[in-house]
Write a protein that binds this ligand. Structure first.
Ligand code: MRU
Length: 339
């Protein structure tokens, strides 16, 4: 546990990557150890480690687990890890940093040590990012008592406090009475399994609702603000996040409740002009058709399972990053904010 009482989602010790196995929560708190690139790839693909910043950090350590005969081997490891998941841009951001180290380090003898230092730097920066998002986001939520979130953008998804949950931990720690309503987040239940688990561990009051209940909670005035994370934000502020985020933003707009997105600068992809260009991961049918191994969809029926949707910037009240707050985000404001 770190000083915030949020469990450490991953650690790199003695040349091994140790992950909390998020597929087993909340029933069991167990770790999975990765000792090579393939095991790290598999852990990211299967969502043992998940959430945009955590995927990036895990991939950076995954590169360190490669024990190639030459520098080209590190580049192959980076290419392989880049195929583990397509949407969260933090994965590619972290791997690009590792690639730059491979390309700029002149001596092969130093390379393993320099790569490890870079992965540790990515991890350390993520902790600072969480703290800063917490501080900036808390200014937006200071008059709020009931906050709704979707999926898990907390400590399990990052290295410390998370993004969307960071302002909540910040306020909770400073004695502000705040409670969280967590969408269960179909189909893999990251809200019910993970957000509710980590908030309970930290002593933050949390109530789980099915995704379809959010509208009536908003209509009856029970929610002061909605805050979510993001997997990739385009240059104009359109934000990809867990499937179900977009309808929540529409509902928030209709009910005049502020809708905030919290994400580090590493989640921005300024090469994409808008959110229509963000690649959306399509996951396996079985996640929808057989939750917990129980078949709930007839074999003859088709199933669609996009893991993310895109919320247009005009539905977003503000984006919070480690650098501060951008109200009513658009291309110009974001370019200035991130410059
Ligand atoms: O499929 P997941 O569980 O990796 O999806 C995660 C999310 O959508 C999170 O909200 C996002 O990565 C932000 S994590 C700080």
């Amino acid at each position: 546990m770190n000083d915030t009482t949020v469990p450490e989602t991953l650690a790199y010790t003695n040349g091994r990557l140790v992950l909390i196995d998020q597929t087993r929560l909340p029933g069991e708190l167990v770790t999975l150890v990765c000792e090579d690139v393939e095991q790290t790839h598999d852990a990211i693909r299967r969502l043992v480690v998940r959430g945009a910043p955590a995927i990036g950090i895990a991939a950076a350590y995954g590169v360190c687990l490669a024990k190639p005969a030459n520098r080209a081997g590190y580049l192959s490891a980076i290419e392989r890890l880049a195929t583990s998941r397509p949407t969260a841009v933090n994965l590619f951001w972290a791997l690009d940093r590792m690639k730059a180290v491979v390309e700029s380090t002149s001596s092969d003898d130093d390379l393993a040590g320099v790569l490890q230092a870079e992965a540790i730097a990515i991890h350390d920066q993520d902790r600072m990012m969480c703290r800063d998002i917490g501080r900036h986001g808390a200014t937006l939520l200071r008059d709020c008592h009931a906050v709704l979130t979707h999926c898990n953008a907390g400590g399990l998804a990052t290295s410390m406090w998370g993004t969307a949950l960071a302002p909540i931990y910040h306020l909770h720690q400073s004695g502000h009475a705040i409670e969280v309503f967590a969408d269960e987040t179909r189909p893999l239940l990251q809200g019910a399994r993970l957000t509710a688990w980590e908030l309970s561990q930290a002593g933050v009051p949390v109530t789980v609702l099915t995704d379809s209940m959010a509208g009536s909670l908003l209509r009856t005035g029970k929610i002061d603000a909605v805050i979510v994370g993001a997997d990739r934000i385009a240059a104009n502020g359109d934000a990809a996040n867990k499937i179900g985020t977009y309808p929540l933003a529409v509902l928030a707009k209709y009910h005049d409740v502020p809708f905030y997105v919290a994400a580090p600068s590493s989640t921005f992809d300024l090469s994409l002009a808008n959110g229509d260009l963000i690649p959306i991961e399509q996951r396996a049918r079985i996640e929808v058709s057989s939750p917990h191994g129980v078949c709930v969809v007839p074999d003859a029926a088709n199933v669609i399972n996009p893991a993310f949707d895109v919320t247009p910037a005009d539905l977003i009240t503000a984006i919070v990053t480690e650098l501060g707050v951008v109200e009513s985000p658009d291309t110009e404001k974001l370019a200035r904010h991130l410059a």
